[in-house]
Ligand binder design. Sequence first.
Ligand SMILES: [Zn+2]
Length: 210
Amino acid sequence: MSLNPLGNYHSGSIEVICGPMFSGKTEELIRRVRRAQIARQKVQIFKPAIDDRYHESNVVSHSAQEIQAQPVKDSLEILKKLFDSTRVVAIDEVQFFDESIHKVVSKLARRGIRVILAGLDQDYKGNPFGSIPQLLAMADSVDKIQAICTVCGGPASKTYRKFDQKEDQVVVGEADIYEARCRTHCDYSEEEELLFFHWGKPVDQTQSPS
Ligand SMILES: [Zn+2]
């Protein structure tokens, strides 16, 4: 290990905490931040300005634990607001950032900073959200955590939008709009239609073999 630009031997790292809504991602982010603070490491916490739920400058989890965060309008603003003494950078709702976020995260880690990211891995249609695929690929550690399916009580990896009033990927909301669901209790009718289109007409099971 060589000296990093901060003049010490700390190696940077990238940790991703992902999963559906209501899975406890932000609680886990806060837990890691608190441990770093107990270890007297300088921590900065950022979140995208788009996420204005509950409180403008706090990262607030659904269980009402909270911690001060700086809202930023884009990923480059994280670099502009970074202090030289910062050892740990935590970013919540990372899926909402622009496509430069993975370059910013890489730059932070190369400076010897421990980067902790939390965010949704999939949108309400089950598609990868924003720059999450790149961030998962470049991470040193990934924790994919599950919520509880509101229909069957099983482990839930999906976020289900109850009222599909808009086609937009981003509709900021809470339990009024979204639920955690398992794979069985999500609607994949669009995907099914697409597969039907590619595979053509399925074999008619009702016909007896000749
Ligand atoms: Zn279920």
